[in-house]
Every structure is written in structure tokens, then in C-alpha cells.
Ligand binder design. Structure first.
Ligand SMILES: Nc1ncnc2c1ncn2[C@@H]1O[C@H](COP(=O)(O)OP(=O)(O)O)[C@@H](O)[C@H]1O
Ligand SMILES: [Mg+2]
Length: 233
């Protein structure tokens, strides 16, 4: 196993009314390639703040975040945007699909920004949609798809760039239990194929089926499976 992500003494605070409010405090976390990690915690515990840092949408106020060994503090905003689009596949509770675009167009879209030529975009998008079981729904609009199918489109879109990390924020939050189980089975399959997944969730059943569970409380990790020392960092 190789180390994909390393957070070392990460802090994030926000300036609010002249005062610094700490959202994350001394976060140490190693994520290895092919990890399958659940991130839980009550509302306000810092999950979104940590997700934003892991997803390179935000930077730590103090401490280091190494992505494949490179400190993101040394990267420009443009370099971070490139890293995000190539290395990270985001999956959201509300799917975040383009309403007027077909499933195929939705999945192809991120590849436009990566300069992938059209025929190759389409080839990859069709393969990703087939992978999530939507080969017969490629031309459908999001409004013509069920919630579970919409989330599958979003997962295909995330997979399309062959990212090194899949980051899901309450991915089953808008789905019924049967559909949720199908999406979770798909995550299990992706993990078995070698993908690295981090899932933010309120649901302990989801956390239980991930390989590791990190629990946040008031911006600190209160429960973690593996320390920096164990991972040899
Ligand atoms: N942009 C921000 N500005 C000010 N405070 C913030 C901001 N984002 C988060 N916080 C604060 O940081 C803490 C953690 O928030 P958040 O990461 O959203 O928690 P969670 O996602 O677990 O509900 C909260 O106290 C929240 O008010
Ligand atoms: Mg949140």
C-alpha cells in the first residue's frame, strides 16, 4: 500500500466577527491507495471543512497536506484546480447534474476542461456509464431518471477522469434504503477494483461497511484506525 494523502497537524480556522473560530484542530490522517474510509461526526464537527481540504477546495490555516507527497501549500490555485480535476472525483448528496444535459453529456463534461478530444470523451463516458449499469440510459435527461440512476450518473462522471480519489459527501442522503444499498454495493465494487474512497456520512451502517472509520468531534479526530507512525510517515 502506498500513501496517497497525508495530513500533518492540520488546523483550519475562520475569522468571524474579529475572532478566530477553530473548525479543525491538529488533524493527523493518512489515506493509502485503495483505502475505504468513512468520515463521521455530528453537525458542526468539521466534516465539510475536512472534506474541502481533502478535496483541495480549501487549504489548511496551519499544518501540512501532502497529496502524493507534494505539499499543496506550494501549489498555485491554478495547479490545485488541475489537481482537483484530474485526481479527485466528487460525489454529492444532491447529485449536482446539469438538468438540460443527457447522462452522457453530464459524464463527458469534466473531460472538456482536461482537453480530452471529443471522440475520446465519448468513449470514456460510455464506458463509465456502462460500468455503473446505465448503458441503456445514456441519452436520458436527469429528470427522466430515478434518484439512484442520477447518483449512478454522478458516479460515472466522477470515474470518467480515472481519479486517484473518490470523495463522496452523504452520497445516499437523498435515496431510499433499497437504492442506497445498491449505491453502497457499487462503492464496494469500486473499492474491490482498487479505487480509493472517502465517504462522509451520518449513517453508522455506511461507516460500518467501510474499511476504516474516522470520527470527528469539535474539529478533532476522536477515533481513528491508523496513526501516522503506523503508516511510517
Ligand atoms: N466558511 C466558514 N466561516 C466561518 N465558520 C465556518 C465556516 N465553515 C465552517 N465553519 C465553522 O466550522 C465548524 C465546522 O463546520 P463544518 O465543517 O461545516 O461541520 P460539519 O460539516 O461537520 O457540519 C462549525 O463551527 C462551523 O460554524
Ligand atoms: Mg457539513
Amino acid at each position: 500500500m502506498s500513501v496517497l494523502l497525508a495530513l500533518q497537524a492540520v488546523q483550519r480556522s475562520f475569522l468571524m466577527g474579529g475572532e478566530y473560530i477553530g473548525a479543525l484542530d491538529n488533524i493527523n490522517l493518512i489515506v493509502e491507495t485503495n483505502d475505504y474510509l468513512a468520515l463521521t461526526g455530528t453537525s458542526g464537527s468539521g466534516k465539510s471543512t475536512l472534506m474541502n481540504i481533502l478535496g483541495c477546495l480549501d487549504r489548511p490555516t496551519a499544518g501540512r497536506y501532502l497529496f502524493r507527497g507534494t505539499d499543496i501549500a506550494a501549489m498555485s490555485d491554478a495547479q490545485l484546480a488541475t489537481l482537483r480535476s484530474r485526481e479527485i472525483g466528487f460525489i454529492f448528496q444532491s447529485f449536482n447534474l446539469l438538468a438540460r444535459a443527457s447522462a452522457l453529456q453530464n459524464v463527458m463534461q469534466p473531460l472538456i476542461y482536461q482537453g480530452v478530444r471529443r471522440s475520446e470523451r465519448e468513449r470514456r463516458a460510455r464506458a463509465a456509464l456502462a460500468k455503473v449499469g446505465l448503458q441503456h440510459r445514456m441519452e436520458h435527461l436527469p429528470s427522466q431518471l430515478s434518484g439512484g440512476q442520477r447518483q449512478r450518473v454522478a458516479i460515472a462522471r466522477a470515474l470518467c477522469s480515472s481519479p486517484s480519489l473518490l470523495l463522496a459527501d452523504e452520497p445516499t442522503g437523498n435515496l431510499d434504503s433499497t437504492t442506497s444499498a445498491e449505491i453502497l454495493a457499487l462503492f464496494d465494487e469500486l473499492h474491490a477494483e482498487g479505487h480509493t474512497l472517502i465517504i462522509v456520512t451520518h449513517d453508522d451502517n455506511i461507516a460500518a461497511r467501510c474499511r476504516r472509520h474516522v470520527r470527528l468531534l469539535d474539529g478533532r479526530i476522536v477515533e481513528a484506525a491508523k496513526s501516522m507512525e503506523d503508516a511510517g510517515v
